[in-house]
Design a protein around this ligand. Structure first.
Ligand code: SDX
Length: 430
């Protein structure tokens, strides 16, 4: 970044000059790294609404225009013309692969899709009705107890093998979490299937009969994975970066990202959104829920709506909405009540001044659940699918941070508003 401009700050009569750094795209940033040393003050920004935590070359979002780029390529073009594994290569290495590079990468990922047989035992310890996200946090974290040949994160080769293992094994672990929850046997990955087709195979095939993956559903699954692959410094990515900044085991860092993604304000919104659409149930009940979403005294929010960055349509939601129509048509599902409620809810909300004035639009989680439910996934599997798709983004961001020579442990400060210093009192004096 060229350091071309600066900002002047007056703090208790002292003038502080702070460099302004200009990005490739998006807002300039004020470099406050020397602020505390020069002015003895912290900045204060709970939720990081105005704070850049790092510089990155991976993903860019223009919230006002509703644009999302992976390494400069618009998400619409990647969703339409690329595929998830090629997008993984792009996010990890920064450029689209040649045919030879893609074949080598695909082979390396394919050859790591099986998990250590010993890991099957971890599932046995969970109740069958455990949420698959709980299982995934546990089993992915347990990977840190298996791969002692990839714990030295200062070694690029070990970072590489840990990355490949995570991208390759997350679908297997997610499918195992699903199979375990429905009491069916685990299904091993098949190296002759594409990444998305393999995931559908591991989820829906059973030993008792042949299972053929419908190519159009595999393509829809692949597109959903691409749309979820990365998204700048969102909460779960920031969690992975912060965990990784201490030098922690990469598998444990991804487990931390899965834990954060689970929240309904983040990746858990796809499950919460479908449950909300089901609860609304019919178009005539939409006004009741719109009123609740607008009521300051009601904690209810329209799940799948709003975004910290997008103040326009989430471009992923647009692609997802088109895909929902295609998948339901393919599956011969007409007049799906949930989709009808979703489309009418979107229409009404986007004409309502509350949502318009607050720039609340459907986000990536608004339509995804409708497609996944139509494919046969229970709502509890929606966020695990988000997690396995986002693993490449977490890894790419983690690698970028670890290989940055300026990388240091993340350690925010605070505004202390607690008790002034006071002396201990014996029990009798209290
Ligand atoms: C993801 O960061 C990412 O990039 C995340 C993600 C990714 O790919 O990693 O895009 C994935 O997490 C998408 C978001 C999924 N979450 C939901 O759909 C849950 C519902 N949405 C919200 O809870 C909310 O919109 C957030 C959490 C997404 C964003 O919240 P912000 O940026 O902190 O905004 P806010 O809560 O301060 O809301 C601003 C105003 C508030 O009203 P006021 O206090 O200004 O009067 O908008 C209102 C909010 O009450 N508002 C909503 C609303 N979302 C915000 N009101 C009703 N329904 C909603 N959904």
């Amino acid at each position: 970044m060229a350091e071309s401009k600066s900002a002047k700050l007056l703090v208790e009569g002292k003038e502080i000059e702070l460099p302004i750094l200009s990005p490739t795209a998006g807002p300039d940033v004020m470099d406050i790294r020397k602020l505390y040393g020069q002015a003895d003050v912290f900045t204060y920004d709970p939720g990081f609404t105005s704070t850049a935590s790092c510089d990155s070359t991976i993903t860019f979002i223009d919230g006002d225009k509703g644009e999302l780029w992976y390494r400069g390529y618009p998400i619409e073009q990647l969703a339409d013309q690329s595929n998830y594994l090629e997008v993984c290569y792009l996010l990890l290495y920064g450029e689209l692969p040649t045919a030879a590079q893609m074949k080598d990468f695909e082979t390396r990922v394919t050859r790591h899709t099986m998990v250590h047989e010993q890991m099957h035992n971890f599932f046995r310890g969970f109740r069958r009705d455990a949420h698959p996200m709980a299982t995934m946090v546990g089993v992915v974290g347990a990977m840190s107890a298996f791969y002692h040949d990839s714990t030295d994160i200062s070694d690029p080769q070990q970072r590489e093998i840990a990355s490949i293992r995570l991208i390759a094994k997350l679908p297997t672990i997610a499918a195992m979490a699903y199979k375990y929850s429905i009491g069916q046997p685990f299904v091993y990955p098949r190296n002759d299937l594409s990444y998305a087709a393999n995931f559908l195979h591991m989820c829906f095939s059973v030993p008792a009969e042949q299972y053929r993956v419908e190519p159009a559903l595999a393509k829809a699954m692949d597109r959903i994975m691409t749309l979820h692959a990365d998204h700048e410094q969102n909460a779960s990515t920031s969690t992975v970066r912060l965990a990784g900044s201490s030098g922690a085991n990469p598998f444990a860092c991804i487990a931390a990202g899965i834990a954060c993604l689970w929240g309904p304000a983040h990746g858990g919104a796809n499950q919460a959104c479908l449950e909300m659409l089901r609860e609304i149930g019919s178009v005539d009940r939409i006004p009741e829920y719109i009123a609740r979403a607008k009521d300051k005294d009601d904690p209810f929010r329209l799940m799948g709506f709003g975004h910290r960055v997008y103040k326009n349509f989430d471009p992923r939601a647009k692609v997802m909405k088109e895909s929902a129509d295609e998948v339901l048509e393919l599956l011969g599902i007409h007049d799906n009540p949930t989709l009808q409620v979703a489309k009418e809810l979107e229409k009404i909300a986007l004409e309502d001044d509350y949502f318009v004035s607050k720039k609340l639009y459907p986000n990536v989680d608004f339509y995804s659940g409708i497609i996944l439910e139509a494919m046969g996934f229970p709502t509890a599997m929606f966020t695990p699918i988000f997690a396995l798709s986002r693993t490449v983004g977490w890894i790419a961001q983690w690698k970028e941070m670890i290989s940055d020579p300026q990388n240091k442990i993340g350690r925010p400060r605070q505004l202390y508003v607690g008790s002034p210093r006071r002396d201990y009192q014996d029990m009798g004096e209290r």
